[in-house]
Design a protein around this ligand. Structure first.
Ligand SMILES: *[C@@H]1O[C@H](CO)[C@@H](O)[C@H](O)[C@H]1NC(C)=O
Ligand SMILES: *[C@@H]1O[C@H](CO)[C@@H](O)[C@H](O)[C@H]1NC(C)=O
Length: 462
């Protein structure tokens, strides 16, 4: 019902009132309450960004003793040398730290006695660090000392092999014999998002949507001339113009019966890209990075024939998108906190099958990393369950990318096409459910066929 209105407003804003760098205020509506145009968000000056990030880090570090107690661990040791940092270091550091210096050794305690600190940090290049660390351990006498040596989970395996040797020698057998690995410490620390981050995460999502909306419009794409590669590089340059970065090169493709084949683990790609034509269904996989957070979005667009309006989108394509939306709802509703990813995967695929939806589910946590810490709900090549990562419980106060595809026969194409979609969700503690970080795509981005004047004017952006 709102389709025409939304897109008319959107293209108006993008074409007429969005010179790069023009800020718009953050909308106060609840993101899911109404559709409104995605808007670019200007990042604050770096100094302000550092203050914002340091507050979040402080809030997160304050949770560490509670996490240790939850998993019954007395102490947690994170140790590294400059340029051989642990994975978890990047979520512990301050915004103005660009690497660990010398040997940076951190000790976290579950239950320090007599008002002593809950954490210690040494930055040293002498054996003094071991003397002092042994003294602290002798005061608190932890029975278990967790170290990050998990063989499979990246976030809990950051301790370098040489550094483990140094720890053993520096601390001696008495303490080294108490070393053990509890992977959930780093996983929960990295995965759990402080509340204050939500508002900014929504802004990043809005910006990602705004970039995709502009990329998938006649202001960037000239059918018959522009290639998928042009659009990818337009996105990269746009990110730079807006002072954002990314965690992967954007991927733009034209969906036909050969792309996103279910029988392969990935998708086929042509080097150099393809020329975009009228009637194409386009796909983008796009993420942006700012303030220590990452987004991950996959959207679809349709390239209208000259003179066509949005009700000329083939109904088979609309139906494929609708099926994809249904699959998203199914997965989201199965994402019960505490449940392992593999159970969520199984339940979701069963429900999809019951409803006649053929597809694949491959959702992942997102936040500090694009593919962040926490349980996985499928991978493209692992639809029967993911060993180890799929066995972890789903944590609250996290962000997830609902990533999946459905297959749908499109009569207008006489072919079965894939509809890959991806949208980020935020855990909402108020109603214990997942809400779209901004919204979810339920209508196609439209590339209008523009007049030659507009094409040449807008082609300058490419
Ligand atoms: C990007 O950063 C530059 C340099 O600080 C600044 O001049 C410019 O206004 C910023 N642009 C946006 C869109 O934030
Ligand atoms: C549709 O595709 C099938 C199999 O690819 C083919 O046999 C059939 O002739 C096609 N139908 C039309 C109308 O093109």
């Amino acid at each position: 019902m709102m389709r025409c209105g939304f897109w008319a407003v959107l293209s108006f804003l993008l074409v007429t009132s969005f010179p790069p760098g023009n800020a718009v205020p953050f909308p106060t509506q609840k993101p899911e309450a109404t559709w409104h145009s995605p808007e670019y968000h200007i990042l604050p000056p770096l100094r302000e960004q550092a203050d914002i990030q340091n507050k979040w880090t402080e809030e997160r570090r304050a949770r560490i003793p509670g996490i240790l107690r939850k998993y019954g661990i007395d102490a947690w040791l994170v140790s590294q040398r400059e340029y051989a940092e642990e994975t978890v270091f990047w979520s512990l550091k301050s915004a103005t730290q660009f690497s660990a210096r010398r040997r940076t050794t951190m000790l976290f305690l579950a239950d320090p006695s007599r008002g002593t600190p809950t954490s210690y940090t040494w930055t040293d290049n002498t054996a003094q660090v071991w003397t002092e660390l042994r003294a602290v351990l002798a005061t608190h006498v932890p029975k278990t000392i967790a170290i990050n040596t998990h063989p499979e989970i990246a976030f809990s395996s950051g301790l370098h092999a040489g550094e483990l040797e140094a720890l053993r020698q520096g601390l001696g057998q008495e303490w080294a014999s108490r070393f053990m690995c509890e992977p959930m410490l780093a996983v929960e620390y990295i995965a759990t998002m402080p509340r204050g981050r939500t508002e900014w995460y929504r802004r990043l999502q809005l910006t990602a949507w705004a970039m995709i909306s502009e990329a998938f419009s006649e202001s960037v794409i000239q059918p018959g001339l522009s290639t998928t590669t042009d659009v990818e590089w337009w996105l990269r340059d746009k990110l730079r113009q807006m002072n954002y970065t990314t965690w992967f090169h954007p991927d733009v493709s034209i969906i036909d019966e050969h792309t996103w084949d279910l029988s392969t683990s990935g998708k086929s790609r042509r080097r150099g890209g393809k020329i975009i034509s009228h009637g194409d269904m386009l796909h983008v996989d796009f993420g942006l990075t700012a303030l220590g957070m990452n987004t991950d979005t996959q959207h679809l667009a349709y390239v209208l024939y000259p003179g066509d309006s949005d009700d000329q989108i083939p109904s088979g394509l609309r139906e494929g998108l609708r099926k994809g939306n249904r699959a998203q709802d199914i997965v989201k509703s199965n994402m019960k906190v505490g449940r392992p990813g593999n159970e969520i995967l199984k339940a979701s695929l069963e429900q999809m099958r019951d409803e006649g939806i053929e597809g694949k589910v491959y959702c992942h946590p997102i936040g500090d990393w694009g593919h962040s810490a926490g349980t996985l709900i499928g991978m493209t090549n692992l639809q029967d369950g993911v060993p180890i990562l799929g066995e972890l419980p789903l944590l609250p106060d996290t962000y997830y990318s609902i990533e999946l595809l459905v297959k749908h026969f499109v009569p207008e194409r006489n072919a079965t096409l894939s509809f890959p979609l991806e949208e980020d969700v935020i855990w909402s503690p108020v109603d214990s459910s997942w809400t779209w970080a901004f919204a979810r795509q339920d209508r196609f981005h439209l590339v209008q066929s523009s007049s030659s004047v507009r094409s040449s004017q807008l082609h300058r952006d490419l």
